[in-house]
Design a protein around this ligand. Structure first.
Ligand SMILES: [Zn+2]
Length: 489
């Protein structure tokens, strides 16, 4: 029989059988809403499900207290291939929102919320890993190992970069992940590499009117650094991005010279090497600001990640299975809630979403805003994402493919209260299960056809063109500990 049909059937049964466990885990993680490096209960819940399923779990990997790797190896001869699923489970600060509501209403004022749908992301990847494990137990003649990588702090913490830097992907043959989104697709593209660092300036306090000559203003240094970086913009490549936030102004009293001030920067560009070069220039700007103001400057890395390397070989397999599985059907209540959410979106979000799907589909989706089709795949043109993802660091080491599925109304932006509001909806659950099935089927096919791994790996080699992976986070920078997060991002 046709392998695709067989696998569609297998993964559908395997995942539907355990569906309630998965949706409940995702809803619980939604409620925990733990931010980067503090995902203790979320990681604990995922570990519990994986251990119950017979996985062996290593905790605290790469110095990440909430990072872990769960693995299951088939009874057949040990060895290749090793397949990895990447799971995330961190929430965002200041995005608390009631579920199932189409108006803004925080559960806790200034609380956290799953504004990027990582409650679904982590559990969807876990469900895929468990389905592959189920396949290996049912087919003991198939050799292979399946791993779930518990990757904390995707949001501005870049947990996967530490895992990659410490070599945890060295023996992996292929990796799969997904992201909650507003449509079903396998996108072929890259993303910006980024370095995130915080600059602190130390000056000397003084009475700003009575003894200004005794003061050395750290706030002046921050302002001059920002002016310097804004002048840098004229002399950098178009695609690079530099953005900053002043995280400590040194106080609210204008009549006290500010002795301490702090500014946090994100430097992005399409290639890791370009980011590294821009960052070195930015450090010089900071040094210059310190010299001009007679203050002292220090900086610390908040994290960093590379640019994403796509892999057409694996993407095609993933897209084939996503298409074979097909989009879920929705009922009237689901369309109605999605429509209510859609109506709350700013006009610009609606226009951008419409531009993405074109003039034929846009009016239909505006009426029934749950895309219930799988978009065609093309690798002719690389899509470029201005943002960054730490999946990139995996993709330099291992052929990696990702899909997106419909978990939110058409046009819903990430990192918005509307994303949180839809995070426990029945259509979000359906999208999560679809992604899990597609990834599991693609992974099983990769296990059964070793030539796929070879092809995917030679594609990666070709794309890297001799460049070796070098993590943008220096070796002596370690991930923050729980509760030590210095920035509420
Ligand atoms: Zn995300």
């Amino acid at each position: 029989m046709n392998m695709t049909i067989d696998l569609t059937r297998f993964v559908s049964d395997a995942i539907e059988n355990k569906k309630d466990r998965y949706t409940s885990a995702s809803d619980q993680i939604w409620s925990f809403a733990e931010t980067r490096f503090d995902e203790v209960r979320s990681a604990g819940l995922l570990i519990k499900v994986l251990e119950d399923e017979g996985f062996t779990v290593s905790r605290g990997v790469a110095g990440l207290e909430t990072g872990f790797i769960a693995s299951y190896r088939s009874a057949a001869a040990p060895g290749s291939p090793v397949l990895a699923f990447l799971g995330e489970y961190d929430a965002l600060a200041d995005l608390s929102q009631e579920a199932g509501l189409s108006e803004y209403l925080p559960v806790h004022p200034r609380g956290n919320g799953h504004g990027c749908g990582h409650n679904l992301l982590g559990v969807g990847a876990l469900a895929a890993a468990v389905a592959v494990k189920d396949y290996l137990t049912e087919h003991p003649e198939t050799a292979g190992e399946v791993r779930f990588y518990g990757c904390p702090a995707e949001e501005s913490g870049y947990g996967k970069a530490y895992l990659a830097r410490e070599g945890y992907f060295k023996d992996v043959d292929a990796a799969f992940s997904w992201h909650p989104y507003t449509m079903n697709a396998v996108m072929h593209g890259s993303s910006n590499a980024v370095i995130h660092a915080t600059f602190t300036f130390k000056g000397r306090s003084a009475h700003a009117a009575a003894a200004p000559h005794l003061g050395r203003s750290a706030l002046d240094a921050v302002e001059l650094m920002n002016i310097g970086s804004n002048y840098m913009r004229e002399h950098m490549i178009d695609q690079a991005r530099i953005h900053y936030a002043i995280t400590n102004t040194g106080g609210i009293a204008p009549n006290v010279v500010q002795a301490d001030a702090e500014v946090t920067y994100l430097v992005r560009a399409p290639k890791s090497a370009q980011v590294r070069e821009l960052f070195e220039r930015l450090v010089k700007v900071a040094e210059g600001a310190a010299l001009m103001t007679g203050t002292q400057m220090n900086y610390r890395y908040e994290g960093a990640c590379a640019n994403l390397i796509p892999n057409s070989t694996l993407e095609r397999v993933l897209h084939k299975h996503l298409t074979a599985l097909g989009a879920p059907a929705y009922d009237a209540a689901e369309y109605a809630f999605a429509k209510d959410i859609y109506e709350t979106l700013p006009q610009q979000n609606k226009q951008e979403a419409a531009a993405l799907v074109g003039p034929q589909l846009a009016p239909l989706l505006a009426e029934r805003p749950l895309p219930d089709f799988v978009a065609p795949y093309s690798d002719e043109k690389e899509m470029f994402m201005g943002g960054s993802t730490d999946v990139a660091d995996v993709s330099w080491n291992v052929p990696t493919a990702q899909c997106v599925t419909t978990t939110m109304a058409f046009g819903t932006p990430l990192h918005a209260w509307q994303t949180v509001a839809q995070g426990k909806s029945s259509y979000a659950h359906k999208g999560m299960l679809l992604a899990a099935k597609a990834m599991a089927a693609a992974a099983i096919e990769t296990l059964l056809q070793p030539n796929l791994v070879e092809k995917a790996q030679s594609e990666l080699k070709k794309r890297l063109d001799g460049e070796a992976y070098e993590c943008l986070v220096p070796a002596d920078v370690h991930p923050p500990k729980q509760g030590a997060d210095t920035l509420a991002l």
